[in-house]
Design a protein around this ligand. Structure first.
Ligand SMILES: NC(=O)c1ccc[n+]([C@@H]2O[C@H](COP(=O)([O-])OP(=O)(O)OC[C@H]3O[C@@H](n4cnc5c(N)ncnc54)[C@H](OP(=O)(O)O)[C@@H]3O)[C@@H](O)[C@H]2O)c1
Length: 264
């Protein structure tokens, strides 16, 4: 009988933006399954506790590094530290990202550049630098975080939507360009997920989260994204590359992420 293989034990995974939210859940999930994780955020003191908890509770080890993904030199140092600690890179999860909500006409050139830099150029920096290590070794996996806002229009999200849409096309292009290097490149497009970032930018904070079993009309749990990422970087997804997996349940009426989806 065939059994699906979701094994990531012994792999080395870089997860960017892992001090909280979805990135933290991805790092914890992969580490719980035995992967060694190298995690970063812009502040060492915010990412250290995540690594300490992983070291204490998970099967895998953790390395925490202060790294702003918008800064190429910091990304190079982060990847170098990962290779030094764990001997290579098998998985890169480009999770660091964020936004502010504003009508297009009110977005300043600085605001526009900040969102494109963080979400798109940060992904480019990490993918080029970590990708070079994977291409020189035996290949690996890249998972990019897009958003339903990269797939459908939503008011106030022109900068973020443009960056997240570009990430989907970048995923498709790299899947083709790096196929011969043994690198699978996929993307996850979450709907509304309860994270500190969402609480801050959209003012949505569900203290009592509905259970995962309730598939419709609710906000998502961070682990529901992490589980899909683990699938994508596991042998079970061996015939998937260049894909964007949408993970959104059925959005709750009134959620800004569901605006423009025509579901209300
Ligand atoms: N939550 C959702 O509903 C949702 C939906 C669709 C897509 N997404 C995407 O999923 C990803 C995670 O979202 P989230 O809601 O978990 O975000 P979040 O709660 O705001 O957390 C963002 C993480 O990224 C880090 N970060 C921010 N800027 C960084 C930079 N320049 N360099 C390195 N790290 C940086 C933050 O750490 P520091 O502040 O310590 O640097 C934090 O760990 C993002 O790409 C987001 O666009 C989220």
């Amino acid at each position: 009988m065939h059994e699906p293989d979701y094994d990531v034990a012994g792999k080395t995974a870089i997860v960017t933006g892992a001090s909280q939210g979805i990135g933290k859940a991805i790092a914890e999930t992969l580490a719980a399954s035995g992967a060694n994780v190298a995690i970063c955020s812009r502040a060492q003191e915010r990412v250290d506790p995540v690594a300490e908890a992983i070291e204490e509770d998970a099967a895998g080890s953790a390395l925490a590094v202060e790294c702003n993904v918008r800064e190429r030199a910091q990304v190079e140092a982060f990847v170098e530290a990962t290779v030094e600690e764990f001997g290579g890179v098998d998985v890169l999860v480009n999770n660091a990202g964020g936004e502010f909500v504003a009508p297009f006409e009110d977005i300043s050139p600085n605001g526009w550049n900040a969102i494109l830099d963080l979400n798109l150029t940060g992904t480019v920096h990490c993918t080029q630098v970590a990708g070079e290590v994977m291409r020189e070794d035996d290949g690996g996996h890249v998972v990019n975080l897009s958003s339903v806002n990269g797939q459908h229009a939503a008011p106030g999200e022109s900068h973020y939507g443009a960056a997240k849409a570009a990430i989907i096309r970048l995923t498709e292009t790299l899947a083709v360009e790096w196929a011969d290097d043994g690198i699978r490149v996929n993307c996850v497009a979450p709907g509304l997920i309860q994270t500190p970032g969402v609480a801050e930018t959209l003012g949505i904070d569900s203290e009592e989260m509905p259970p995962r079993e309730q598939a419709d009309r609710r906000i998502g749990h961070t682990e529901e994204i992490a589980d899909v990422v683990q699938f994508l970087v596991s042998p079970a997804a061996s015939f998937m590359t260049g894909e964007t997996v949408t993970v959104k349940g059925v959005p709750k009426p009134g959620n800004s992420m569901s605006d423009g989806l025509g579901l209300e």
